[in-house]
Design a protein around this ligand. Sequence first.
Ligand code: ADP
Ligand code: ASP
Ligand code: MG
Length: 400
Amino acid sequence: MSLIVKKFGGSSVADAGKVRNVARIVTDEYKEGNSVVVILSAQGDTTDDLIAKANEINPKASRREMDMLLANGEQISISLCAMAIEALGFPVISLTGWQAGMTTDTNHGSARIKKIDTARLRDELDKKNIVIIAGFQGINKYDDVTTLGRGGSDTTAVAIAAALGADLCQIYTDVDGVYTGDPRLVQGALKLDEITYDEMLELASLGAQILHNRSVELAKRYHVPLEVLSSFSGKKGTIVKEVTTVESMQVSGVARDNNVARVSLTNLPDVPGIAFKTFSLLSQQKINVDIILQSIGRGDTKDISFTVTKNLVTPARELLERYRDTLGYEEMIISEDVSKLSIVGSGMVNNPGVASKMFEALFKAGVNIQMISTSEIKVSVLIDKAQSDKAVAAVHEMFF
Ligand code: ADP
Ligand code: ASP
Ligand code: MG
């Protein structure tokens, strides 16, 4: 007998027929004699719709009240799915994040899981119940409802799998697995049978929304075997694990992230300590920067550019305006019309020339590179957003 955690995303529970489909997949697993824990997302576009409703009433609503609202989406899914399983004649119980013992920190809107008290879960499993848990939500030390950030149900699933020592955590979605590029964007994207945690973590962090990046981090840390698969096709999915048996490819995937902005400070004094001053100011305000580019000095000035996620543009602008005299820059230029395009692959370390192949593809497609950043297993470039569709296609074509 195994313990299996299955997570179904919003598109997998979007309507009554799909909820019944989930009930069938879950009960088929249970009939095999396995214990089954199910994590659900909100139905279809429910979370977006709730955010729109909130904006209609108060676009500056507190993050606490936003969490109170958004947690409802998942609660609809779990109760409906439990009803569908009841209708099939199986023992089932649905639980909110709180009832499932999910404690988080107090950071509303992007809370981190602190502890999972599994007593209730184990008790329900001992009673042979199928347990259905609301993803994306928890409770903090003040007994307030929190949410884990968009896409956070994946993280709930992996955290529960780790806490229960599950034999497998399956993430069911609307595509057959992890592909070499977003199959909705890249024609000819190939499905991967296996991918390493590190590669998947890079892809997820660089914009491939197929998995929440923190879910991959947790899976790696607690050695949770992970499978990404479709809730519709019945095909074998992609296994995410420590080491893959397939020979490591130079590049295992291409990802694009449109949730970025570029901030440039021009004509800063070309003296020691300027980068330190700039980035320590930003880090004190918890403004996380990604790619950094500093020009060489011309005369006695230089430029510094960096990227941030779009939600940090306003705080970054306000902060740097306040410290304009201290830093001594001439102009601040902010662009939100940029995209970050990345290639990821653990085979890159031993294959010089991967980056230049990417640059060649971009050159041939007439795409200008604004910034570059590399690590052992990835190369990222910042480009014009309007060119990003064709850039993704060109880079994918070069490697696959
Ligand atoms: P869910 O609602 O099931 O959580 P998401 O929309 O969060 O689903 O994630 C699934 C989507 O991720 C797919 O529909 C696909 O468009 C997108 N995606 C982006 N990059 C990739 C990739 N490399 N492989 C597979 N899907 C990807
Ligand atoms: N419902 C939440 C969202 O849409 C969480 C999730 O689906 O993982 O972001
Ligand atoms: Mg998702």
